[in-house]
Design a protein around this ligand. Structure first.
Ligand code: ATP
Ligand code: MG
Length: 590
């Protein structure tokens, strides 16, 4: 390919909208262009890199025994109602209307479609196991599309769905996908780590996310360097001490009401004249869960983890109550709320409490009367708790639940997600089979996603320097860029470049020939910005000595006789290809 034949609109400056380096480089290297927020066009080089990621995904899915299908993006809303997700996933569903005002849903994922397909086409255990995958455009109405392809409204996802006869067999399908994912990301030159994950609105019992550690990631991972434990903070647990240490010693006095005019927050009560540490306070939150109020109690210094709450409630349809709803529920405004049995009287609101409050004594909490709190509250004796659960978010430094070493927390990008689903969808949508003894049973399912476009950008986020992208050879738009410093038809430099180009193409190397009439500096800068793994500089002076220069984008320069250049470059490219992407890709601990 000649540079002037394709379209590589490089930019000197990053557009102001691009906040993170990979987004800036996508735009600066001319790989994508924005049409609207979260909606991008792929330009020729971006598409080439994307196709390479897709190819790796296909090869590894096929190797793992999955079979490719292509499912519709336009889906009838009825199937979402049937699965129950028309409501629970409504925040992300794009709805469109045809000329008859009939509603359609644009696919954010495809559990419903594939499960219905399996329901229609699979009847017998003899047809199982099956794992279907597709690589296709998905649509999600993201509240905050940002960071380019990282969180887009329209993006490419590989989604796969396994169907098995038993839980044990489903476990094996899960394991195969987990291994395929490890290989896929390593082949893309990405360093990823599997971490335990929340199953969220998808549901299911076991789940891992594949994370790329990055300061710009939107996830937080808690991990332990001692034993290798790693989990999304939405799911992570620690061995933080369960109860606040008793300060009064011996038996605690009865709760005592005291005036706290103007106190609105936990923080307010820590200050004089009160001086009550946050750890000795009870935080009382009111949520509206599917239109009914629920109280959630935590230690004052802990934060509610909404993903854990959702998992325990079994629904994601909840929100913090408004001040009016709070008043209607407890007869007091935020700032003076509590769950001491006497102050709740006969209010029928369910009370959930975080495990860390269990057994706590001498605590302070709101009196359900504006401007008053209660002290000397003994949780076991005085509170009315209906459900105990782990509802708090872990913090860095807390002891690991497995080995006791301090947990660390790091930001990361989620590029893939594997779930063991069980029979949730197969039961709702009728994906059953007749087993060996003639009994009809629901298929045991798994589902497995990779953000293909997000993965592409994650590679850039991980592989770049101040000059631009440093593509691993496995996903580079071209493997080699030839940079002749003269392009006049009759110049020896141009002739040498053309010969080298022809020899490399013949050798099966993907090469782009920079045939622009530009200054050397401009050509070098652009090649470095786009990040081709190898650049061959052909200049008048070195050619007069019979030599050309081979420069590796990742570092390293060598001079070779022009007659040997094609062989040498081809060898270097083949070595890099065999090196599985060229960069790290190790699967060590987080
Ligand atoms: P997130 O938590 O980032 O919103 P998710 O957990 O909702 O993602 P999944 O349903 O697990 O996403 O989708 C599978 C994969 O698709 C994710 O691991 C991610 O790589 C990718 N993905 C999800 N949402 C987006 C998006 N808006 N833009 C680009 N890729 C996405
Ligand atoms: Mg996910």
């Amino acid at each position: 390919m000649r540079w002037t034949h394709t379209l590589i609109p490089t930019l000197r400056e990053a557009p102001a909208e691009a906040e993170i380096v990979s987004h800036q480089l996508l735009l600066r290297a001319g790989l994508v262009r924005k049409l609207a927020g979260g909606v991008y066009s792929f330009l020729p080089l971006g598409l080439r890199a994307l196709h390479k990621v897709e190819r790796i995904v296909r090869e590894e899915m096929d190797r793992a025994g999955a079979v490719e299908v292509l499912l519709p993006a336009l889906q009838p809303p009825e199937i979402w109602q049937q699965s129950g997700r028309y409501e629970t996933a409504r925040h992300v569903l794009y709805k469109v209307y045809d000329s008859a005002r009939r509603e359609w849903v644009l696919s954010p994922t495809a559990e419903e479609v594939i499960t219905l397909l399996a329901a229609a086409e699979i009847q017998s255990y003899r047809q199982l196991p099956k794992n279907f995958y597709q690589i296709s455009v998905k649509f999600r109405d993201e509240i905050r599309p940002r960071f380019g392809l990282m969180r887009a409204r329209e993006f490419i996802m590989k989604d796969a769905y396994s169907f098995d006869v038993s839980d044990e067999a489903a476990q094996e399908s899960y394991r195969r996908m987990y291994e395929a994912y490890t290989r896929i990301f390593a082949r893309c030159g990405l360093r990823t780590f599997p971490v335990e994950a929340d199953t969220g609105v998808i549901g299911g019992s076991l789940s891992h996310e594949f994370m790329v550690p990055a300061e710009t990631g939107e996830n937080e991972v808690a991990y332990c360097e001692g034993c290798g434990y790693a989990a999304n903070v939405e799911k992570a647990v620690s061995a933080a001490p369960a109860a606040a240490p008793e300060t009064s010693g011996g038996s605690t006095p009865a709760p005592e009401k005291f005036p706290t005019p103007g106190v609105q927050t936990i923080e307010d009560l820590t200050r004089p004249p009160y001086g009550i540490p946050a750890a000795r306070q009870i935080k009382t939150l009111v949520y509206i869960v599917e239109s009914r109020p629920v109280l959630v109690l935590l230690r004052g210094d802990d934060q509610l983890n909404e993903a854990k709450l959702a998992a325990r409630l079994g629904t994601t349809v909840f929100r913090p109550a408004t001040p009016e709803e709070v008043y209607a529920t407890l007869g007091a405004h935020p700032g003076s709320l509590g769950a001491v049995a006497t102050t709740l009287a006969d209010r029928a609101v369910p009370v959930w409490a975080d495990e860390r409050l269990r057994g706590a004594t001498d605590m302070t909490t709101g009196a359900n009367e504006d401007g008053y709190h209660l002290r000397h509250v003994n949780v076991a004796r005085d509170l009315r708790v209906d459900q105990w659960a782990d509802l708090r978010t872990v913090r860095a430094g807390e002891p690991c639940a497995r080995c006791g070493q301090p947990l660390r927390i790091r930001r990361a990008i989620e590029v893939g997600h594997v779930f063991k689903l069980g029979t949730k969808y197969s039961e709702k949508l009728g994906a059953t089979f007749i087993d060996e003894s003639g009994v009809r049973r629901p298929c045991v399912m798994g589902c497995y996603g990779i953000g293909v476009t997000r993965t592409l950008q994650a590679v850039i986020e991980q592989c770049h320097d101040a000059d631009g992208i440093i593509w691993p050879v496995s996903v580079a738009p071209y493997e080699v860029c030839l940079t002749p410093l003269q392009v006049a038809e009759d110049s020896p430099v141009w002739r040498a470049a053309q010969q080298l180009y022809a020899a490399l193409v013949e050798a099966g190397i993907e090469v782009i020939l920079d045939d622009r009439e530009e200054r050397p500096g401009v050509k070098f800068k652009d090649a470095d910005l786009v990040g081709f793994p190898f650049r061959v500089n052909i200049g008048e002076k070195s050619l007069a000595r019979g030599e050309v220069e081979i420069k590796r984008r990742a570092g390293g320069l060598e001079t070779v006789p022009v007659g040997q250049a094609a062989d040498r470059v081809a060898m270097l490219v083949r070595e890099a290809r065999a090196g599985r992407g060229g960069t790290t890709g190790d699967s060590g601990r987080f």
